[in-house]
Design a protein around this ligand. Structure first.
Ligand code: BT5
Length: 326
């Protein structure tokens, strides 16, 4: 732990109390001048710290920063979040997670960034990633499952994200097949899973999760594929990202443990409970052609089951699903 992390943890553990300079010196094993320097650096980051000559230092306010020391404190997960990287601005958290995987990073490693300069969507699309307002998160997994089952874990990040948003602030987050998270029909989060595998074995699977937290309407470009929203737009207030990311990490951890122990079935049930197009008439854009039918749920492998008017059943592996008559 760095001196900065230690001092933050000390302040957090003694919320509202003055801590003497001497006590901080001995806890961190640094000089008084170094303590002062640390305090100044924290102030530069946006921490409000009061200093009183006879009593010491007291933390008054913390900024909405993502610091690994805060995230890991009493996190109590089985696997996810044992190692956490919190970056300022990087190209893409998925890209860094893949690089770390190549260097042998442990399963469950989490990469977070305050901003992304080249946030990735699917099929080479871009993910808008302004600084300080949203969550950009990648989680490295190494499941011992055949690569053809890897798409099942797209449903894991979808369920984790939607359940997290619902529990965090009560928004009616829904899943859209295969991997968007919507509130009131508007996209609040996007998911991008990236796989590195050979025929028989998965090397790494990076779950990329982007959640619009405090983004305001004027921060969205006009040419988005679908209407977009954020937690702030939906709830009318801004939210601290720290408790949100902790909840998300815990959720991914418990769902992954459940997936490893019991397979896809429980995840599929959870996903279907968050999917509001079940039994609905939809149009599916397959690229070259579109088909219409009634949604019959998920197949065991994650494909979407569609009942067509002629009585046949179509399995959709990839495509864009839109409800008809909404
Ligand atoms: C996605 O792609 O929805 C996947 C987005 C994954 C982003 C996360 S952030 C952490 C991790 N690191 C990364 O580099 N990526 C992941 P797709 O379904 O292709 O949607 C992309 C489309 O959504 C774009 O073409 C825009 O039209 C729209 N879009 C872009 N930014 C958005 C935003 N912040 N909110 C809502 N819609 C957005």
């Amino acid at each position: 732990m760095t001196s900065r992390d230690q001092i933050i943890r000390l302040f957090r553990n003694r919320a509202g109390e003055y801590i003497s300079g001497q006590e901080i010196c001995s806890a961190l094993q640094i000089s008084r001048a170094a303590v002062w320097k640390q305090v100044e650096q924290l102030r530069d980051l946006g921490f409000e710290i009061e200093a009183r000559r006879s009593q010491g230092y007291r933390l008054l306010e913390s900024p909405d920063l993502l610091l690994s020391t805060d995230i890991t404190s009493d996190l109590d997960t089985i696997l996810v979040g044992q190692q956490i990287y919190c970056e300022n601005e990087i190209k893409s958290t998925n890209q860094l997670a893949q690089q770390l995987a190549g260097k042998g990073a442990v399963e469950g490693t989490v990469v977070l960034a305050d901003a992304q300069s080249a946030g990735r969507g699917r099929l080479g699309r871009k993910w808008e990633s302004p600084a300080g307002v949203n969550l950009y998160c990648s989680i490295l997994l190494k499941p011992q499952i055949p690569p053809r089952q890897a798409p099942q874990l797209t449903f894991l990040s979808a369920v984790a994200t939607a359940e997290t948003l619902r529990e965090f602030c009560g928004v009616d987050a829904r899943v859209k097949w295969p991997n968007d998270i919507l509130v009131g029909g508007r996209k609040i989060a996007g998911l991008l899973n990236e796989l590195s595998a050979e025929t028989e074995q998965i090397h790494s699977l990076v779950l990329g999760i982007g959640i619009n937290v405090n983004m305001t309407s004027d921060q969205f470009p006009e040419d988005l594929r679908y209407p977009a929203t954020s937690l702030r737009i939906e709830t009318g207030e801004s939210h601290f990202r720290l408790p949100l990311v902790r909840l998300l990490i815990k959720k991914v951890d418990s769902l992954y443990a459940e997936f490893l122990a019991e397979g896809f079935a429980p995840l599929r049930r959870r996903w279907e409970a968050l999917f509001d197009l079940l039994d609905r008439q939809v149009e599916v854009d397959l690229g070259q052609r579109s088909i219409t039918g009634v949604v019959g749920g998920l197949e065991p492998d994650g494909a979407l089951k569609l009942f067509l008017a002629d009585g046949s059943v179509e399995r959709i592996i990839a495509g864009d699903v839109r409800p008809i008559g909404m």
